[in-house]
Design a protein around this ligand. Structure first.
Ligand SMILES: Nc1ncnc2c1ncn2[C@@H]1O[C@H](COP(=O)(O)OP(=O)(O)OP(=O)(O)O)[C@@H](O)[C@H]1O
Length: 653
């Protein structure tokens, strides 16, 4: 009886949960539709207004000014948002042509009715000439068909086939015309990246498609990534080619989302169990669908991944399609010494909680295309392959190679900080791509690819920093009101997947701000911290995912493995310096670049300086940095022992 009762109880609670889920999903659907309709409506209205202004003033610059002034006023009173910005001119013009088409078609119907009633043609119709000609063609067609009935099946069908959205979505697609889509490389929180071939030049590119419909983001923020990418020109930064907007009806690929269990983890973390770093990513609340905050505040929310103890970098990788590729970055071994199948820890495409796109496809307003250099490998995949082949300690040659690699990465980040005046905010191995180069040119390093057991080929690779989705300019930026999602289970799947970084690489000041719900100043030091972690990963091949998680957690506490410090004394100092808890204590990256520990490959070839440096510290030419580092090393080593003891004590308790 008891059993029966509890059984029916659990059955009814399961039904309740299902009903609740359905209700929530219906509410969610309605909300998405409402937002989409609002967006369409505002875009349509601004397109009309622009047209109207052009009629009022034939001088293009004056009419544009007129349009902007009116829109600014309307924005102040909340009628429009940022639909009038220059970046959306192409989209507005599609709305204008769609309207024009709609009017033409309606006129055709009227015209047919008039023709039936023998009403004479209007003497001077108030439509552009082409439309008038279209009317005459229509007249001809009606006469030829011998039918005077406007509701003949043919006519009826043609009217039924037309929808306003069809027109919006099918007009001239530059993407469809010029590119052949070859394969999806992966999905991010904002859209997906595809390998494509340009039909004109025959070359392959990476094409990022961003679907802004789902993010309640100010339009200007949607363009942040391209605006940053467009002004960068450096061998260690992914090359940008072009970007454009198109109206689309394309099905949005499923984007990453945390599962309910990860949402629970996040709630658990509200008490700030910061040590759970390896399973957490930071999401950008400002870009969150549910964010009411339309200001320029950069609010952040922390979200968890689905992989539990493993680091989320192992599930962030995209689709099964992507992992099928043999020559891309996602072709890592599915079975490896990390003890789990890679495929096991990527998101399950069959997961019923994953958003099904067909239901939301009509909601798309437009898609932003970003054409970039195609990179066939990335540092995350490379490290994964390498770690399954070799273990700590690295040979002297390997150490040198990885120091060179680090130096090249550093060059890219220094360029971002010092020349472009930006802060990347999402430096991590999966955002550092590796492009194969034929010769050893500026910024490239010779690297074993670890793809082939028998013969590890040494190829030249250029590390290139990519994914500028979270970049901000470095002039006095603050991340304001760092906040935590109180009820993540109610947050749209897409919202919570708008990662802005992986917790393993997130600077402690961001976590402190999370803990205290306070404002946090963002400086270049957040990138320095992340790079310090990357340097450690480059020099320490972890045996297992667990080992990686625990060593990185220790490093975040200022503790490096003793054997690592013994083997890499100078590098340890540099790592601990770069990952100092206090951001003001971290070095400027341009200073790190000057450090004698990091000679360029060509310098080393010419002077063989590094060999000497690694074997004898006393030959270092720049004594200031060197001595500072040794001092810091001593201090941190003592600190290391103290913290390790504390850690042990805590573990026992
Ligand atoms: N230029 C490129 N060449 C090859 N692959 C790329 C390139 N840019 C991105 N990718 C791959 O496409 C996938 C999606 O990238 P995207 O930048 O959209 O998402 P992400 O970095 O994983 O997440 P998010 O941007 O939400 O933090 C990633 O797996 C990435 O490795």
């Amino acid at each position: 009886m008891l059993y029966h009762n509890s059984g029916s109880l659990s059955a009814s609670s399961a039904t309740d949960t299902l009903a609740l889920d359905q209700a929530l999903s219906l509410r969610e659907d309605g909300r998405l539709k409402e937002i989409s309709a609002n967006r369409h409506g505002r875009l349509l209205f601004t397109a009309l207004l622009e047209n109207f202004c052009q009629l009022y003033d034939s001088d293009p610059s004056r009419s544009r000014r007129l349009f902007t002034l009116i829109c600014q006023t309307l924005k102040r009173i909340g009628i429009v948002d940022e639909e009038y910005i220059d970046e959306l001119a192409g989209i507005r013009s599609t709305y204008q042509s769609a309207l024009h088409h709609l009017i033409t078609q309606a006129r055709e119907v009227l015209f047919e009715e008039d023709h039936d009633k023998q009403v004479p043609l209007p003497i001077k119709p108030y439509v552009p000439e082409r439309s008038y000609e279209e009317l005459q063609v229509a007249l001809q067609r009606i006469s030829n068909s011998g039918s005077s009935n406007p509701s003949s099946s043919q006519q009826q069908n043609s009217h039924n086939d037309f929808t306003y959205y069809t027109w919006l979505h099918t007009k001239h697609s530059r993407y469809a015309n010029d590119f052949e889509e070859l394969q999806m490389l992966g999905k991010g929180g904002f859209g997906a990246v595809y390998r494509v071939r340009n039909r004109v030049d025959g070359a392959e590119y990476a094409m990022k498609k961003i679907f802004p419909t789902f993010q309640q983001v100010p339009y200007t923020k949607i363009f942040r990534e391209i605006k940053s990418l467009a002004k960068l020109d450096h061998p260690n930064i992914v090359r940008y080619y072009a970007s454009w907007l198109e109206n689309t009806s394309e099905i949005v690929p499923n984007v990453r989302k945390p599962t309910v269990s990860s949402a629970k983890m996040i709630q658990g973390l509200e008490s700030l169990e910061i040590s759970r770093d390896d399973s957490i990513t930071i999401a950008n609340k400002e870009d969150s669908f549910y964010s009411d905050d339309q200001s320029n505040n950069d609010s952040i929310v922390f979200a968890a991944d689905v992989s539990g103890q493993s680091d989320n970098i192992y599930f962030q990788k995209g689709s099964s399609e992507a992992s099928e590729s043999s020559d891309t970055s996602h072709d890592r071994d599915s079975e490896n010494k990390y003890g789990s199948s890679y495929d096991d820890i990527i998101e399950n495409p069959e997961d019923s909680s994953v958003l099904h796109t067909s239901a939301i496809a009509p909601l798309n307003c437009f898609v932003l295309y970003i054409q970039m250099q195609l990179c066939t490998d990335d540092l995350e995949s490379y490290l994964f392959r390498r770690n399954s082949k070799i273990s700590f300690p690295l040979s002297t040659v390997d150490t040198r190679i990885h120091i060179h690699l680090f130096r090249a990465i550093l060059h890219g980040v220094v360029y971002i900080h010092e020349i472009a005046h930006l802060i990347h905010r999402d430096v991590k191995p999966s955002n550092i791509f590796l492009a194969k180069s034929l010769t050893l040119d500026r910024g490239s390093v010779p690297l074993y690819n670890y793809r082939d057991d028998a013969n590890n080929a040494l190829d030249n690779y250029t590390p290139k920093l990519g994914d500028f989705g979270l970049v901000i300019d470095n002039e006095g930026k603050m991340l304001k009101s760092v906040s935590f999602s109180k009820d993540l289970q109610r947050v749209s799947p897409m919202d919570a997947t708008q990662h802005v970084g992986t917790m393993s690489y997130a600077a402690p000041e961001l976590l402190d701000a999370l803990a205290s719900h306070s404002n946090v100043p963002v400086s270049e030091a957040v990138d320095t911290f992340a790079l310090g972690i990357v340097l450690f990963e480059l020099l320490y091949p972890f045996d297992t995912t667990m080992e990686r998680a625990s060593k990185l957690r220790d490093l975040r506490q200022g503790v490096l493995p003793d054997e690592f410090i013994e083997k890499h004394g100078c590098e340890s100092s540099l790592i601990l310096w770069m990952t100092a808890k206090d951001p003001s204590k971290r070095p400027m990256l341009s200073d790190v670049l000057k450090c004698n520990l990091l000679p360029s490959y060509s310098e080393e070839i010419h002077s063989e300086k590094l060999e000497v440096l690694l074997s004898s510290q006393s030959t270092a030419t720049d004594h200031r940095y060197w001595e500072e580092m040794i001092e810091e090393n001593k201090r941190l080593r003592e600190e290391n022992i103290r913290l390790r003891n504390e850690l042990e004590l805590l573990k026992k308790n």
